[in-house]
Design a binder for this molecule. Structure first.
Ligand code: PGA
Length: 261
């Protein structure tokens, strides 16, 4: 299997933006602007409260949903939490281990591992976010950090389960929240290849060829094409540009053009 056989994935992470009525307006605009493409999966990640109404509003042939976070325990006396088990049937994907969760909410490698396992257990495909911060980068520790984050997060899964995981490579220093320095496509490709090789070493050729790897970090409609053209890039995880329906539809267009090259 090669890149052509992995379906392109474009994910819009709305973060803590868009209340229920704003989310509904944004979805209506996206419906007008974005056509369905058979070879591209478009995934929206509104906040937890908006997921349910948005799930009723979207044309499911064109859009799928992702949660931004969920709890690893299916149920319990855990005030304020929502589990992957509760999200079954509403979302196809669950973002796990986003750098904002690791940094602002102290999510550890073990927390991320348990969430990945909970997501798989509940039939929700995890979008596992990994990436070095600027200090790791200047210390030359990028590969070590990626290795630790990838290996620990997948450690409770079988090789078959690993094929249902999506990995988003998001260097922390490239995310708009944390500075938004632009990552060079060649450097991104090196890291993506490294991640795929890690999967291959641990889970074998098939898992490495099936697993989809996305890029995330200040991706907009102008930059998307450059990242999407990379050999190991199967899509993009978009933050701030996903709130702008022109930019987000431009990113989908860039993916469509790239797939026809
Ligand atoms: P950004 O966010 O596109 O705003 O940099 C990406 C992300 O946080 O996933």
């Amino acid at each position: 299997m090669n890149k052509q056989s992995r379906k392109t994935l474009i994910v819009g992470n709305w973060k803590e933006h868009e209340n229920v009525s704003q989310a509904s307006t944004l979805v209506a605009r996206l419906h007008k602007l974005i056509a369905g493409h058979r070879d591209i999966e478009i995934v929206l990640a509104p906040n937890m409260l908006a997921l349910q109404p948005v799930s009723l509003q979207i044309d499911r042939r064109r859009f799928r949903l992702a949660s931004q976070n969920a709890n690893a325990k299916d149920e319990g006396a855990l005030t304020g939490e929502v589990s992957f088990a509760m999200l079954r049937g509403i979302v196809h994907y669950g973002i796990v281990g986003h750098s904002e969760r690791r940094i602002y909410f102290n999510e550890s490698l073990e927390d991320v591992r348990d969430k990945v396992a909970a997501s798989i257990r509940n039939g929700i495909m995890p979008i596992l976010c990994v990436g070095e911060n600027s200090e790791d980068r200047s210390n030359g520790e990028t590969r070590q950090v990626l290795h630790d984050q990838v290996i620990s997060a997948l450690s409770n899964l079988t090789a078959e389960e690993v094929t249902h995981v999506v990995i988003a490579y998001e260097p922390v220093w490239a995310i708009s929240t944390f500075g938004g320095e632009l990552a060079k496509p060649d450097d991104v490709q090196d890291c993506m290849k490294f991640i795929r090789n890690q999967v291959k070493e641990l889970y074998g050729e098939r898992a490495a060829e099936d697993i989809r790897i996305l890029y995330g970090g200040s991706v907009d409609d102008h930059l998307a094409g450059g990242y999407l053209a990379l050999d190991d890039c199967d899509g993009v995880l978009v933050g701030s540009a996903s709130l702008n329906y022109h930019k987000f539809s431009g990113i989908v267009e860039a993916a469509y053009r790239n797939n026809r090259k």
